[in-house]
Every structure is written in C-alpha cells, then in structure tokens.
Design a protein around this ligand. Structure first.
Ligand SMILES: [Zn+2]
Length: 326
C-alpha cells in the first residue's frame, strides 16, 4: 500500500479504507462487566465462544456486511485473540480499540487511570499501537473512551486529552461513549482545544442527545453515531426520526448506524462462565438494522446511493487513518 493512502487497521492488519465495505460501526462481541482488573483474562473458553458467535457473524456476511467495529474496551473484556479468530473464520473485517472507559462512575477504570498523567496514559495506548495489544501483534483501529453526562469531570477530561495526544501521533479516530449532549459538546471543545479536528471525533450513543445537539455536532464536523438501534416499543420510529432530521439538515454524510449488540459473560465465576446475548430489544444480534431500519429508510424515500453512503462510505471516512509507517 502507498504511503499516505487511507487505511483502516483491522485485527488482521491494515486494509485500504475503500476495501472495508458495508460496516456496523458500534457492536460488541464479548463483554465482561465484572469490574476493572477483577478478571485478568477471559472467563470463558474461547472455542465455545467461537461456536456460539460465529454463526451470527456468518449471517452478517450473508447480509452483505463485511466489517464490524468491536467497541469493547480493555477492562470490559476486550479479547483480541478471540476477535482475530472470529475474523479469520467468518471473513469479516473486525476492528478493535485502545483507550479507557470512564462511564458508569469509573467502575471500569484501572487504578492507574486515576493516578497517571495524560502523557502516561497516552504512552500506554500508543504502545498498543506501536507494539501490539497484550503480547499479540494485533493493533487498535480506533480509540474508545467512555464518559457520563456533561459537563465532564477532570478525570474524564484527562482521558480526552490523552486520546487527543494519541490521535495526533497515529491518526486513530476517537469514539467516546457519551451520557448526553452536554458531554458531547464538552468533548468536542476539549478535543478542538488540543488541536484535534472534529472529523476525528465520533459521538457514540448520540441517541442520548437531542436533534438540535446532533445537528450542531454534525455541522461542526463530528460523527453522529446512532448506535443502539433496536426493536423495543417506539424505538424504530425514534431512530428513524433522528436520522431523517439529520438528513433534512444536510448532514447525511455524518451519520453512522449500528445496534450495540453483543454477548455478556454471566455470573461471577472466574472460569468456565457462560455467555448471554445482550438482548436490549433485539431478539437476534446484529439483525434489526437490516430487518427494519433499511426498509423504513427506503419507504421514507432514501435512495440506494444514500443507503450505500450510510453503511459503506461514512464508516470508511470516519475510521480512515493516513500515516506514513504502519
Ligand atoms: Zn457499546
């Protein structure tokens, strides 16, 4: 690949951004919410996880999806050998992340996140980029953070500034789980004052904001991730309305859609735990966007080109990195 060519870093290495294809930009494979540092490794058998999850990834491929961004951060069960194994078995491009999740009252932050400076945290995340994650040669394809509602407390502002440093060195896009629109606007302000372009910022869970907030962030250049799509009561209508409001505002090119589906490790046992699909209004993982949202968008007058932009072009632009040496 040429120097300066737009690429996406997958768990199997870099690919040209235009080879990514239709993508779901915010999903999970396995998460473990036992709490930061309580489980040093997976509490399940990887081959059993593969047996359970692989058919759902193969079904996604049959729906024409070729890429999945896995948004589980470290300390919530990020398991990169499992992601590579599933990527190789399914043929799906899978992208993992670096960074820390401060949402839910810091329950998933390791002790050192409280003590270290933004430079020290950035150095840890950069090392995952330069040397690989946890003894593997698998590298992150984006930065994942988590914050609660705004205005951001100093600890979360520090996570943002650490992510800004990593972005400026690597080009990796910053995806921030966000409690509300006030937090999103605060994040954008912190990143811009650190020299980061809004185009490198994804407002994760933008469904927690208002139309006016989403349109403002999109106009400033940020990405609007409507990523909890589900079939719960009133939900398809709510997402459809939010997406069409962005379209009417001329911001279709800033929208990302996904389900936030996945599996969670059950119980507190330290070994041999079972996996359970999240559910969350989606009886089948990774399916509702295809079953309901796309038909609804077609009915609302969206063209095949617009749907292609939503699922293929927008994700490639949001996550493309341009760096000299990979
Ligand atoms: Zn998520």
């Amino acid at each position: 690949m040429r120097d300066g060519q737009a690429r996406v870093m997958t768990v199997c290495g870099p690919i040209p951004a235009d080879a990514l294809g239709p993508a779901l930009t915010h999903e999970h494979i396995v998460t473990d919410f036992i709490g930061a540092e309580k489980a040093p490794g997976p509490r399940y058998e990887r081959e059993r996880a593969v047996e359970e999850i692989l058919p759902h990834l193969q079904a996604l491929r049959q729906r024409g999806v070729t890429a999945l961004f896995e948004c589980t951060p470290r300390y919530i069960g990020r398991d990169v050998p499992l992601l590579r194994r599933l990527s190789e078995a399914s043929g799906l491009h899978i992208v993992t992340n670096t960074g820390y999740y401060g949402a839910v009252g810091n329950r998933y932050l390791p002790a050192h996140a409280h003590e270290e400076s933004e430079e020290q945290l950035a150095a840890r995340w950069l090392e995952e980029w330069t040397r690989g994650i946890e003894g593997t040669d698998i590298r992150p394809g984006f930065i994942k953070l988590g914050t609660d509602r705004g205005p951001l407390p100093p600890l979360h502002a520090k996570l943002l500034r650490a992510a800004a440093r990593v972005h400026l060195r690597t080009g990796l896009t910053i995806c921030a789980h966000t409690g509300d629109g006030a937090a999103a606007l605060d994040q954008l302000r912190i990143l811009e004052s650190a020299g980061v372009s809004p185009e490198a910022f994804v407002w994760v869970h933008a469904q927690n904001g208002t139309d006016a907030e989403r349109i403002e962030v999109a106009r400033r250049g940020g990405w609007i991730s409507l990523d909890g799509y589900n079939l719960g009561p009133g939900q398809p209508e709510r997402y459809l309305q939010a997406i069409l409001a962005l379209k009417t505002a001329g911001q279709w090119r800033r929208v990302l859609v996904s389900h936030d589906d996945g599996w969670a490790v059950e119980g507190e046992t330290l070994r041999g735990a079972a996996l359970k699909p999240f559910g969350n209004g989606n009886p089948r993982p990774y399916f509702s966007v295809f079953q309901r949202l796309l038909p609804d968008l077609r009915t609302a007058g969206c063209s095949p080109e617009e749907l292609d932009q939503l699922l293929r072009e927008n994700p490639a632009r949001a996550f493309a990195i341009r760096v000299r040496a990979l």
